[in-house]
Design a protein. Structure first.
Length: 294
């Protein structure tokens, strides 16, 4: 499959994630847990069948296992905070803000990896932050209805930004690991750690692991097969064939796709403030990604 075609399929797949999460009535941690568990269950047999992948599991060193574990915990924080954010704010705001993770990748690469940050990058970050501010407090200032913005948009938007920061940590940690580890062994180790972290959080909160209806289990499976396998896993594959800046910009199609699906399937229409702020955020992220490429 051509990498750009795979990337297009991945963007469509991840665009369905917010809708599937909204349709499910299970606790946010339970939804996140079973999405990752089922994704791992779908990928692990494939990895075990391939001799090269089986051998790669045994070749993972202690340091790489530790980094993969930390990456998995970061991914768990991303899923838990983002899934919960969808309960409190609109799909359009939540998905746009969580896709601001390239800004945190740039900041982390500058602080931890000593990567140079140019003027255009700083401008892009500034523009995106301005848009994020508008999205977070603009609706409250103009008195938009909760039916449009969600029951507590500021709280939900804050959780989405936390999800973006956690996703950035996952990306930064995975950047070096993917240079040494094949795709399936890498994602299986990270997803397994992520599932264990989400399981611990779910048990700590006292949420039941069983007792959900057939529709819920089908939604958990759909989250795993669509956004999980055809979404994030294909994106990880595409990173080996397409420049990371192209992938980052392409993923900005997710907020657009998710917003359209939310209007069509949930009758959720974003406010003009959310649309305007979201456009500013996406413009800032595109500027940042292009600046890093140059």
């Amino acid at each position: 499959m051509p990498p750009l075609v795979g990337l297009a399929v991945a963007v469509v797949a991840v665009s369905t994630s917010a809708i599937l999460v909204e349709w499910s009535g299970a606790p946010s941690l339970v939804k996140a847990l079973y999405r990752v568990v089922f994704t791992t269950a779908l990928l692990l047999p494939v990895a075990l069948v391939r001799p090269s992948d089986r051998a790669a599991f045994g070749d993972i060193g202690g340091r790489d296992l530790l980094l993969a574990a930390v990456s998995g915990v970061a991914l768990a924080v991303h899923f838990a905070s983002w899934f919960e954010s969808l309960r409190w704010t609109s799909v359009a705001a939540s998905v746009t803000l969580v896709q601001a993770q390239p800004l945190f990748v740039v900041a982390g690469a500058w602080a931890l990896l000593d990567e140079r940050v140019g003027r255009r990058t700083v401008v892009g970050i500034g523009v995106a932050l301005a848009g994020m501010s508008v999205m977070s407090v603009g609706d409250a200032l103009v008195g938009a209805e909760p039916a449009i913005t969600g029951p507590d948009p500021l709280y939900g938007n804050t959780l989405a930004v936390l999800g973006a920061a956690a996703a950035a940590a996952y990306v930064l940690l995975g950047r070096s690991l993917r240079q040494r580890l094949p795709l399936l062994p890498y994602v299986v180790v990270v997803y397994t750690t992520c599932a264990l972290a989400l399981l611990a959080a779910t048990l700590a909160r006292g949420h039941p692991l069983l007792g959900y209806g057939t529709e819920e289990w089908l939604l958990f499976l759909a989250m795993a097969a669509g956004p999980g396998v055809f979404g994030h896993t294909v994106i990880n594959w595409a990173l080996a064939h397409v420049e990371s800046s192209v992938v980052s910009v392409s993923l900005l199609g997710e907020p657009v796709g998710s917003t359209i699906l939310a209007m069509a399937l949930l009758a959720e229409y974003p406010s003009l403030v959310t649309v305007g702020g979201g456009a500013v955020v996406l413009a800032g992220v595109i500027t940042t990604a292009r600046a890093r490429k140059s």
